[in-house]
Design a protein around this ligand. Structure first.
Ligand SMILES: Nc1nc2c(ncn2[C@@H]2O[C@H](COP(=O)(O)OP(=O)(O)OP(=O)(O)O)[C@@H](O)[C@H]2O)c(=O)[nH]1
Length: 358
């Protein structure tokens, strides 16, 4: 799409007096924040506001985006809704945040919402159908970011053995595997699917992942391959789906289970670690802990002895990545904190002890 066409589409939204909003969904660690980082850089100076929601309590994603200090998206345009899942607190947290953005003297030209990896996107889309919001915003599109290698490996496929094990532990469990449910909902709500992490995939695993995605897509929706979410803003913004008018086409478990949906099957907690001797030392400790406890996601900012830079560590399943993302600021507490997310029943004490947490 040309810049011209985007400008015309923006103008069309504005002429109807509505600001477009894009919802970026996708499971824990699929690459949502990475995609948004790239999107902001390629947005050509368009005034964006980012609403970032995280399941863990640390606000790591907001920290990553703020550290980029990207032109067109200054820090005050990044709003964090940490510690929870917006899909269940729509009226309390999410809508007031959107309304506050719209009420600014210079409102954003486009709002990008990153949901937590466990959020079901439909309740958010539904919120945009409420009359007072509908008059001012339209959902330009729901983008589902998918961890390609994880899907190809069957991570989100129905796992009857795991479900039976959970049922044995919790007789009240009345739904299928939590990972499968979140995946199904996120795909079923999408107007565009980004098959991410293709740098880690060969042709056959790509075909497997596409087949698994297609199995959940009830409508004709494009699947775009990507590596590190490198897709131009011109493709991601300006879909013009008006998703709030199209709710019936987006089936969701949320309607069936209400407030009791999947989050209850997951938990997260934060750990404070001592200053690290080296990143490698932490990786060596973490790797077996992640495997033993089947941890889904770890992330955090850490202090390393003798380093003036903040270390960002990210783990998605057993895959760990780290780099120094920015210098510690003057007066900033050089804390080492990690958030750990997994299925309910994590042995917090054992994990903390194995990592030498304070
Ligand atoms: N190899 C590879 N790694 C990727 C790609 N995209 C993202 N990552 C890495 O995956 C990890 C998670 O990426 P994020 O962008 O934080 O994922 P997220 O979906 O925002 O994660 P949550 O907000 O925790 O759900 C980071 O270490 C990224 O560098 C990719 O295309 N290929």
């Amino acid at each position: 799409m040309t810049a011209d066409l985007i400008a015309r589409k923006d103008a069309a939204h504005k002429s109807r007096g509505r600001i477009p909003a894009t919802i970026v969904t996708g499971f824990l660690g699929a690459g949502k924040t990475t995609l948004i980082q790239h999107l902001v850089k390629s947005a050509n100076g368009r005034r964006l506001a980012l609403v970032i929601n995280e399941f863990g309590e640390l606000g790591v994603d907001g920290g990553i985006l703020k550290a980029c200090a990207i032109e067109g998206c200054p820090e005050e345009n990044i709003v964090e809704l940490a510690n929870g899942c917006i899909c269940c607190t729509v009226a309390d947290d999410f809508l007031p945040t959107i309304e506050a953005l719209l009420d600014r003297p210079e409102p954003p030209e486009h709002i990008v919402i990153e949901t937590s990896g466990l959020a079901l996107p439909k309740p958010l889309v539904k919120a945009f159908a409420w009359p007072e919001v509908r008059a001012r915003v339209t959902v330009d599109g729901v983008i589902a970011v998918v961890d390609g290698p994880a899907v190809a490996a069957g991570r989100f496929a129905e796992d009857p053995v795991a479900v039976e094990r959970q049922r044995a532990a919790d007789a009240a469990l009345d739904h299928e595997s939590p990972l499968a449910e979140v995946f199904e909902d996120q795909i079923a709500c999408a107007d565009l699917v980004v098959l991410n992490k293709t740098d880690l995939m060969d042709a056959s695993s790509r075909a497997q992942a596409e087949a698994a995605i297609n199995a959940e897509l009830g409508r004709r929706v494009k699947i775009l391959p990507a590596s590190f979410g490198r897709i131009d803003a011109r493709t991601l913004l300006g879909i013009e789906a008006a998703a709030e008018d199209d709710l019936a086409a987006r089936p969701s478990h949320h309607e069936l289970e209400g407030e009791d949906h999947d989050h209850d099957d997951f938990e997260s907690f934060a750990l404070r670690l001592p200053v690290l001797r080296s990143p490698e030392e932490l990786v060596a400790r973490l790797t077996p802990v992640i495997e033993r406890h089947d941890i889904l996601r770890v992330k955090g900012f850490l202090a390393v002895a003798g380093k003036e830079m903040r270390l960002l560590l990210q783990g998605v399943g057993a895959r760990l990545q780290h780099h120094y993302d920015r210098p510690w600021e003057a007066g900033e507490a050089r804390d080492s904190r990690l958030v750990v997310i997994g299925l309910k029943g994590l042995d917090r004490a054992a994990i903390a002890a194995a990592l030498g947490a304070a």
